[in-house]
Design a protein around this ligand. Sequence first.
Ligand code: DAV
Length: 371
Amino acid sequence: MSWSPEKTVVNSWNEWDPLKHVIVGRADDCHIPPEEPALDAKVPEDSDMRGQWGRRPQETIDRANELLDNFAAMLKKRGIRVDRPTCIDHSLPATTPDFHTDSQFGCMPPRDVLLTVGHEMLEATMSYRCRWFEYLNYRPLMQQYWEEDPNFRHEAAPKPRLTDADYHPDYLSDKIGVEKRLKWAAEKFFVTTEEEPLFDAADVLRFGRDLVVQHGFTTNMKGIEWLRRHFPDHRVHTVNFPGDPYPIHIDATFTPLRPGLILNNPQRRLPDDQRRMFNDNGWEIVDAAQPAHNAPPPLCYSSTWLSMNVLVLDPKTVCVEASEVYQMEQMDKLGMEVVPVELRDAYAFGGGLHCCTADVFREGNCEDYFP
Ligand code: DAV
């Protein structure tokens, strides 16, 4: 696949081939949404976000936008084309015949909503009511790509109904305790039921012909089965990480850096029986370095493990958050050139460097890494 900045081509098969075109999210108008089942299950029990909702403070929005703009400018300087979404009004309620919630979330992070596989960008079902309409932030870009690239496949997974039948009532408590959460996670008893297919795009990692999908709060088994039927030329693998009491999204847990090398969160190790495809093909799975921080920043959903939520620019170059000194040091030892990027003050808006981006074009084709 050849690429030039003047011509839009959608093509990306994995997490590491040379990146040429990417979407970077925006913090504009980001809200802390009201309580709802699947979102509450992810908010840690001791979080400063429990019981409050509304538009995020303007100064935090401005600061996050400053960091996202700087990140975008740095990528552009390296010759990467960067597109930005068009924010909808997230203060509006999300209402369908099946549910109502008083506000939406934001246009961060794009990685949760958009799954790029080859020439296709697929809008995920999502599993939070407040994120049901989030794809609208990206529709102007999808429209543009569709007009400019005759091979672009714009797809949307069936919108879920998200009635109460989608959520286990056992999770509707803020006093479950971490011990019980870990037990439930190990038993694969998550907040979402198997009522209908559900998945977030950030639960999927792309390894050429193979897609590795995390079963957890935001993606259920039917969601994974839907992906299997939707991508008949791929092998779809289900993974889960029992050490995580709040399992959403795979990208602070399992991070491929280049063919043959993956970082794994040492608190959320991939179970032995799920390692076979990697072991049999000579892939190395190494423990990620410890995060540099003891706690997430204020009003943040994510854990301190956003330290390993890195953006790989090519198999030798990786963007790491600038305060994550241990993660940068480990990358250096693993032979990667590290590009430090300041982003911590934007973490509260939904994640780190991988989260806040979505691939449009990476060089390379669909390879079979696990023959
Ligand atoms: O560790 O809180 C964050 C993943 C965001 N996409 C965590 C997972």
